[in-house]
Ligand binder design. Structure first.
Ligand code: ATP
Length: 281
C-alpha cells in the first residue's frame, strides 16, 4: 500500500501507537498556499475516482472519522464531500444510541449504513464509540467492550471481503488546541449554539480518552482497514492530509474501474449495434 505523505498510517495490530509521538501541527516546511494548491488538484482527482467507481460499481468506499470533541470531524466531512458528486455519497452521524439500537448488538445500527457498491459513505463517529465513550464513561462492563475489538476487526474484514474500501481517520488535536476551539465557540455568537457543558466535562477525562483511543487504534489497525492519524490542529492541513490519504488509497483501483467501464462500453455498443441491425431488417 502507498503510504500518504502527511499522515501516519497503521495497518497491523502489532503497531506500537503512541499518540504523544505523533504531531498535531502541520509540518513547518509546508505553506498554507502550497497546501491549498495541492488540495485542489487532489480534489479534482478524487472527483474523477468517484465518477469511475460510480460507473464501475465494483467497490464501495467507507470513510470513518473519529476524534476528540472539536477535532474537526464535521469540517473534514464537509471538505471531502465538497469535492464529490452528492449523488453518490451519504453522511451518517452516530450519537447516543436510541432505545431500539440499544436493544440490538452494537453493530446493528452501523451495518445498515454500510455503503452499497459504487457509493461512498462518511461516518461522523461510528462503532468506535462503543470502545471509547462506552469504556471511559463505564457504560458497560469491561468484559463486553473488550471483546468488541475482535468484533470490529471481523466486521471490517467482512466489509472489505465484500469490496468495501475502508479508510479510518483519527483527527489528532492537542489539548491546548481543543481549549482554544471551545473558547472560540463561546466568543462567537454564531457558534454559541454548539456550547455544551458536556464538552468541558469530557475534556477533564482527556487522558482516559487518549488511552482508550490508543488502545482502540492499536487493536483495530489492519491491512484492509488501516488507521490514518491526521495532524488536525490546522484545518487547512487536516483537509490536505485526508484528501491525500483517500486519493493514494483509491488510485491503485483506477485501472480496475477503467477496465470495467471499457467492458461495459463494449457490451453496450454491441447491444446498440444489434438493435440497429434488427431495425434495418
Ligand atoms: P459531534 O460532537 O459528534 O460533532 P454533537 O456533540 O452535536 O456532535 P451528537 O451527534 O448529538 O453530538 O452525539 C454525539 C454524542 O453521542 C457524543 O458525545 C458521543 O460520545 C455519543 N455517542 C456516540 N455513540 C455512542 C455510543 N455508542 N454510546 C454512547 N454514546 C455515544
Amino acid at each position: 500500500m502507498d503510504v500518504p505523505m502527511y499522515v501516519t498510517t497503521f495497518d497491523n495490530t502489532d503497531s506500537k501507537i503512541s499518540l504523544d509521538n505523533i504531531a498535531t501541527d502541520a509540518p513547518k516546511d509546508l505553506s498554507r498556499e502550497a497546501a491549498e494548491g495541492r488540495l485542489s488538484a487532489l480534489g479534482t482527482e478524487m472527483f474523477e475516482l468517484q465518477d469511475l467507481l460510480w460507473g464501475a460499481r465494483t467497490h464501495a468506499v467507507l470513510i470513518v472519522l473519529q476524534g476528540m470533541d472539536t477535532s474537526g470531524k464535521d469540517g473534514a466531512i464537509k471538505n471531502v464531500a465538497g469535492f464529490l458528486n452528492p449523488r453518490g455519497i451519504s453522511v451518517v452521524s452516530f450519537g447516543v444510541p436510541t432505545k431500539e439500537e440499544n436493544e440490538h448488538d452494537f453493530l446493528w445500527r452501523i451495518h445498515k449504513h454500510a455503503p452499497r457498491r459504487g457509493e461512498w459513505t462518511l461516518f461522523n463517529r461510528s462503532h468506535y464509540e462503543d470502545v471509547l465513550v462506552v469504556r471511559v464513561e463505564n457504560l458497560c462492563p469491561e468484559s463486553i467492550w473488550r471483546e468488541r475489538f475482535g468484533h470490529i476487526r471481523d466486521f471490517e474484514e467482512l466489509l472489505s471481503e465484500h469490496n468495501t474500501i475502508v479508510l479510518k481517520f483519527f483527527l489528532h488535536i492537542s489539548k491546548e488546541e481543543q481549549k482554544k476551539r471551545l473558547l472560540e465557540r463561546e466568543q462567537d455568537e454564531r457558534t454559541a449554539w454548539k456550547l455544551n457543558v458536556g464538552d468541558w466535562q469530557t475534556r477533564e477525562k482527556w487522558k482516559d480518552y487518549r488511552d482508550a483511543y490508543e488502545d482502540a487504534l492499536r487493536k483495530t489497525a489492519t491491512g484492509r482497514a488501516p488507521w490514518h492519524i491526521v495532524p488536525a490542529n490546522n484545518k487547512w492541513f487536516r483537509n490536505l492530509a485526508i484528501a491525500e490519504a483517500i486519493v493514494e488509497t483509491l488510485r491503485p483501483y483506477k485501472k480496475i474501474w477503467r477496465k470495467k467501464l471499457d467492458d461495459i462500453g463494449v457490451r453496450a455498443r454491441g447491444e446498440l449495434d444489434s438493435y440497429r441491425q434488427k431495425r434495418n431488417d
